[in-house]
Design a binder for this molecule. Sequence first.
Ligand SMILES: Cc1cc2nc3c(=O)[nH]c(=O)nc-3n(C[C@H](O)[C@H](O)[C@H](O)COP(=O)(O)OP(=O)(O)OC[C@H]3O[C@@H](n4cnc5c(N)ncnc54)[C@H](O)[C@@H]3O)c2cc1C
Length: 381
Amino acid sequence: MDFALTPEQELVRDSLREFAARELRPKYAHWDRTGEFPAEIWRKMGAVGLLGLRVPEAYGGQNLDCVTAGLAIEEAARGDFNCCYGILNSSFAGDLLGQHASQSVQREWLPGMASGEKVLCVCLTEPHCGSDAAAIRTKAERRGDHYVIRGEKSAITLLMAGHAGIVFAKTDPNAGARGVSAFLVPFHSAGVSRSRYSDMGAKGIVRGSLFLDDVEVPSENMIGPENGAFSRVMQTFEYTRALIGLMCIGAAQISLEETIEYTKSRIAFGQPITRNQGVSFPVAEWHTRLTMARWHCYRTLWLRDQGLPHNAEAAMCKGFIPEICMGAIQDCLVLHGHYGYTQDFAVEQRLRDVAGQLIADGTPQIQKLIIARQLFGREYV
Ligand SMILES: Cc1cc2nc3c(=O)[nH]c(=O)nc-3n(C[C@H](O)[C@H](O)[C@H](O)COP(=O)(O)OP(=O)(O)OC[C@H]3O[C@@H](n4cnc5c(N)ncnc54)[C@H](O)[C@@H]3O)c2cc1C
C-alpha cells in the first residue's frame, strides 16, 4: 500500500490551494447574492486547467488521472463550492465525449469547454423521473442523416449559462435501459427553449428545465453507439460520485478550519471557548470523519485509475459523504454562535450549497440500493 502523492500531484494540490484562496474564495458570496453566472471565474478555471482535467491533450485538456482530478476538485471547493459544478460537468463531458463522441463533436466542443468559453450540461432527469433514470420519455427518431429529439429535461445544472447539453433520449422506447442514446445538442438549435429555477443554494449556477420541441441534430452528434448510452452514463457517474464526495469534503474542511480560528479568538466566561470540550470535541470528531471519508474517495478514484471495479465504493462516496459534510458544516455554524447565522461568514452559504449534493447524481437511498445489490446480489434487493 502506498498512500503518498506523486510530486506532480503535490504540485497540483498546492498550486490549486493557492488559486482557490486568491481567485475563488473572494467572490464566493458575490455570486450567491447576485445570482450571476461567474463567467470570469470560468475563464480563470480554464486557464489553470480545472475545466479540462479529463479532456484529451489534443483538445486542450490535461488528461489527468482520476486521483489528481479529485485533488483538484477538493482544493477548488475550499474556495468556491459552486464553481466545482464546472469541474464536475467538464469531467463528466470530458470522459464521455473524449471516449465516445465523433471527432467533429470533440473538435467543436472540447477545446472551448476546457478553456472556460463553453459550458456543457448533463441532461438526464425528466419531470416524472430522476432515480428511475431508465424511465425517461424523451425520444430521438432517426430521419436520414439526422435525429429529431422531442421531450423535456429537468433539474439541469448550469442550464441557463450552458451552450450545449449531453441529452439522453430513447431511441428504442420499448427496450428500457437498453434503448437509451446520448446526443450533443447545441442550445442555439431551433426548437430548444429553457426556463430557470430559483434554488436554496448554488445560486450563480442556475438550474433549469430544457424543452426540446422536434430539435434536429446531425447523426454525428450521437455519443457512442445507438442504444448504448445508459451503461456508459452509469460508469461515468461512478467517477463523478467520488468527485462529489471530495467537493463536499473541501467545503466542510475549510469550514472546520475557519471555525478553529474563530473559536480560538472568541472569549466566554473569561477564556477562549475552545477550552470547553463541547467546542473542541465536535471539531475533532468531524475532522476525524472527514479524514476517513477523504481516504475512501481517493481509494475509489485510485481503483478507477487501475481499471478495477468501484461501483459500490462510488455509491458510498455519494450516499454518505454529503450528509457527513452537512453535519460538519452545521456544527461549524453553531460554534460561530449567532454570527454563524448571518451572511458575514461563509458557513450558512456552504450549508445551503452543499445541500444540493444530497440529491444530485442520485439520492442516498439510491446509493444504498447500489451497495445492497452488490452485497446481496441483484435478485435479492
Ligand atoms: C443540485 C442538483 C443538481 C442536479 N443536476 C442535475 C443535472 O445536471 N442533470 C440531471 O439530469 N439531473 C440533475 N439533478 C437531478 C437529480 O439527479 C435528481 O433529482 C435525482 O436523481 C433524484 O431524482 P428525483 O428528483 O426525480 O427524485 P425521485 O426519483 O422522484 O425520488 C424522490 C424520493 O424518493 C426516493 N426514492 C425513489 N426511488 C426509491 C427507491 N427505489 N428506494 C428508496 N427510495 C427511493 C428518493 O431517494 C427520493 O428521496 C440535480 C439535482 C439537484 C438537487
